[in-house]
Design a protein around this ligand. Structure first.
Ligand SMILES: Nc1ncnc2c1ncn2[C@@H]1O[C@H](COP(=O)(O)OP(=O)(O)OP(=O)(O)O)[C@@H](O)[C@H]1O
Ligand SMILES: NCC(=O)N[C@@H]1O[C@H](COP(=O)([O-])[O-])[C@@H](O)[C@H]1O
Ligand SMILES: [Mg+2]
Length: 389
């Protein structure tokens, strides 16, 4: 066989693109799929397919046509029942069909975490009507956070401070949810001190952890992340213990981004991605093996060596502010010239912009996390999107 393995990548955004690069460096052949042409991962893959991965027939046809050794989901919005069927027929789904099914639906992963595994989570209730939303908020107290059970990157999510705003939050969640299940989770608002992503690798040789990544979110979407983030040993041990329990339950090999809120010494499980995490883009400059390399190694059954941090690092997002199909990036030179640390950029080359769409990240490594954050933010701010007249 010419290739180490044949991979069908389901989702071709920025995370997929870096994964393709890592997998290709190990000799894999990658077909990148997504619903639109020119997606970031398609630009570097061996081939591509354009179709809706929520369409069961099209998804099954693509898997059967390519007969990959591994199907690697890169987004949540996939017809996961098809993945379960294909797994039963002997196709390897990364990390496992069960992991993709459980995490596509917030209510299912919440049941696994809170009920089956007994992990500490925020108080929560599910709701399918406005009345149930009100009852849910009475259970959690206010403020509360309302999210569609099917959504990601903060879509349809809002924080509600007063009972008068519950209806608006319900309408917003229903209008911005994915899929056809009109269902939300009402969560207690956790007034955390900080939140982290614990990148957790489940590999043939055991479970490995990256140093914790701190991050800041706006509108439920990631703005900047940094690594390492200071944490007490007890809090880190608690997070690692919970992460290990969840990834062992979900099964399979690959990297998982396990999200926690931390308040004092209390560590609260939030959710997880059974794939590289957006906040983990900082590892593109911070670690000897970045999160995409680790995913590729784990999938291929290769050993995971000691994960070493090169030094305090940060990433900051470059966002668009409007809809446009004709635009260009300016200021790359200025961005790369920010003094005080080592700066790098990833420009995703997505074909169109949208308000708040992530178009790139600035990355920085410096003497301290504070400096790395400052430099990454400064560099991201110097990249301008010129939308023309
Ligand atoms: N119960 C909560 N209390 C306080 N803040 C919250 C709560 N739930 C979510 N948030 C904030 O919103 C962010 C996004 O929430 P969450 O991770 O559940 O959404 P998501 O849509 O799955 O995002 P992504 O797909 O990017 O991980 C969290 O990282 C956190 O900053
Ligand atoms: N939080 C999940 C996440 O960050 N996913 C990343 O964003 C892409 C979609 O971007 P788009 O919406 O700009 O097409 C996905 O393909 C993935 O790389
Ligand atoms: Mg999240």
């Amino acid at each position: 066989m010419t290739f180490t393995a044949r991979i069908l990548l389901l989702g071709s955004g920025e995370l997929g693109r870096e994964f393709v690069i890592s997998a290709k460096r190990l000799g894999c052949h990658v077909i990148a799929c997504d619903s639109y042409a020119g997606a970031p991962a398609m630009q570097v893959a061996d081939g591509f397919e354009i179709f809706s991965m929520l369409d069961a027939d099209l998804l099954r046809a693509a898997i059967e046509r390519h007969r990959p050794d591994f199907v690697v989901p890169e987004i949540e919005a996939i017809r996961t029942e098809v993945l379960a069927e294909m797994e039963a027929e002997g196709v390897t789904i990364v990390p496992s069909a069960r992991a993709t099914i459980m995490t596509m639906n917030r209510d299912r992963i919440r049941e696994v975490a809170a009920t089956e595994l007994g992990l500490r989570t925020s108080r929560y209730r599910y709701a399918e009507t406005l009345e149930e939303v009100r009852a849910g908020a009475a259970h959690t107290g206010l403020p509360c956070v309302i999210k569609p059970v099917m959504s990601s990157s903060g879509k349809g999510q809002s924080t509600v401070k007063t009972a008068d705003d519950l209806e608006r939050a319900w309408d917003y969640a229903v209008a911005n949810m994915r899929g056809d299940r009109k269902r939300v989770i009402v969560e207690e608002f956790v007034d955390f001190d900080y939140e982290i992503t614990l990148l957790t690798v489940r590999a043939r040789d055991g479970v490995h952890f990256c140093p914790p990544i701190g991050h800041r979110q706006e509108r439920g979407d990631y703005q900047e992340s940094w690594q390492p983030t200071p944490m007490s040993r007890a809090a880190l041990a608690a997070a690692e213990d919970m992460a290990r329990k969840v990834v062992d339950d979900l099964g399979g090999y690959g990297i998982f981004g396990v999200e926690f809120f931390v308040k004092g010494e209390e560590v609260i499980f939030s959710e997880l991605s059974p794939r590289p995490h957006d906040t983990g883009m900082v590892t593109l400059v911070s670690q000897n093996l970045n999160e995409f390399d680790l995913h590729a190694r784990a999938i291929l059954g290769l050993p995971i060596p000691e994960i070493r941090l090169y030094g305090p690092s940060a990433s900051a997002v470059i966002l668009a502010d409007r809809d446009a199909g004709d635009f260009r990036f300016e200021g790359l030179g200025d961005a790369l010239a920010v003094p005080g640390g080592e700066v790098d950029l990833r420009i995703f080359a997505k074909p169109v912009t949208r308000p708040n769409r992530r178009m790139g990240v600035a990355l920085a490594r410096a003497g301290s996390v504070e400096d790395a954050r400052r430099i990454a933010a400064e560099a991201a701010g110097r990249v301008r999107i010129d939308y023309g007249a």
